[in-house]
Every structure is written in C-alpha cells, then in structure tokens.
Design a protein around this ligand. Structure first.
Ligand code: PA5
Ligand code: MN
Length: 189
C-alpha cells in the first residue's frame, strides 16, 4: 500500500478508492427507538438517519480502519436520531477514537458490566473508547453531526448484544428543545 491522504469531508471519503458507504434508514433501525407509534407515523417517508463511509475493506489485520459518520438531525417521538451502537466483538476487541468534525452530539457508552458514561461529541473533541465499551452516537443539534472514527481493522462489530440488552442504559430525549438524559427502563444485562 502507498501513502495517501483525505480531508475531513463526506465528499473526500465517498470519492476515495475503496470507500464503502452504508446508509441506514429508519425502517432498518426502527427497533432502537422507544416510541414505536411514532416510528409507524414516519414509516412512509422512511428518512435517512445516517450514512457511514469507511475504508475498512481490503485492509490487512495490522492496519487501521477509519470512517466518517454523517448523522442527520431529527427525532422520533422526542428521541433524537442515533446510531445503532455496538460492542467490538469479544475475541477481536480493539479501542476506538472519535473526533468531532461538525454539529452537536452525545456519545453514549456502556461497559460489559452495564456501567454507563456519556460524553459531548462536538467539533474538535477527541473521545477515547476503551476495549469492551459499547458506543452509540446521538445528534442533539439542528444540523448534521459529522465525526471521524479510527480503530484496529481486525475489530468485528457486535450489534446483537445491544439488541439483547434493550439498548443503552440512558436515552437522550428532546425536552423543549434541550437534550435530556433519561434512564432506559427496557435496559437489562
Ligand atoms: O466504528 C464506529 O464505532 C463508528 O464508525 C460506527 O460504526 C458508525 O458511527 C456507525 O454506527 P453503527 O456501526 O453503530 O451503526
Ligand atoms: Mn466502534
């Protein structure tokens, strides 16, 4: 492989040779939101919730993978748009670093034991997620939330454990235009 460079824009990532774009629309991730009736009312429109462009494919295990996520602003029944969230699979766990590029977000974290942490994901913020902490991002602003992430390419993603637990310990709800953390009653280890 030869040295290469990109810039922190969606276009730069999308146009890079070997880049892969994943689009997640509401219908595909409807079960992550608490307000199922509201999901139904938005179903016909089926909005794009986020795009994730990564350079994971074709890399050898010793290399780094990295990507750019563009998470749209909006809410479903008062719950802000968010990513599915995942653990890095146990046998190939790796740490991860997020860098906020634009917009206003929150990073929700949960450990294998069910502890939780929340951090602001804002432009210039560098957030370090250690081994074995699941992570989900939430757009709490009015413009797209864009962030960069980088992790060891051997890492595998485990989304099923998040579904099994009923999501994350906390949800981020819009209350009079302000993001408020509320406990998630469906959460269990
Ligand atoms: O590697 C990461 O943690 C991120 O790049 C995410 O994969 C990205 O934000 C999309 O979220 P998810 O994989 O939970 O759908
Ligand atoms: Mn990850």
């Amino acid at each position: 492989m030869l040295p290469f460079q990109l810039t922190l824009t969606p276009e730069s990532f999308r146009n890079h040779p070997g880049a892969r774009s994943v689009l997640r629309r509401l219908s595909e991730i409807a079960n992550i939101f608490s307000q199922t009736a509201e999901v139904q009312s938005l179903a016909a429109h089926n909005p794009l919730i986020y795009e994730f462009v990564d350079l994971r494919d074709g890399l050898s295990e010793s290399m780094l993978s990295f990507g750019l996520t563009i998470l749209q602003p909006g809410a479903v029944g008062g719950e802000y748009f968010m990513t599915k969230g995942h653990f890095h699979a146990a046998q190939q766990d790796g740490d991860e670093v997020y860098l906020g590029v634009s917009g206003q977000g929150r990073l929700l974290l949960q450990s294998r034991q069910g502890e939780h942490r929340e951090m602001d994901l804002v432009p210039g913020a560098i957030l370090y997620t250690p081994l074995a902490w699941a992570h989900r991002t939430v757009n709490v602003g009015r413009v797209p939330l864009v962030f960069f992430s980088i992790w060891p390419s051997a890492t595998a993603y485990d989304y099923e454990e998040i579904t099994r637990r009923g999501g994350f310990p906390q949800r981020v709800m819009d209350q009079n235009g302000q993001p408020v953390l509320v406990p998630n009653p469906a959460f269990q280890i």
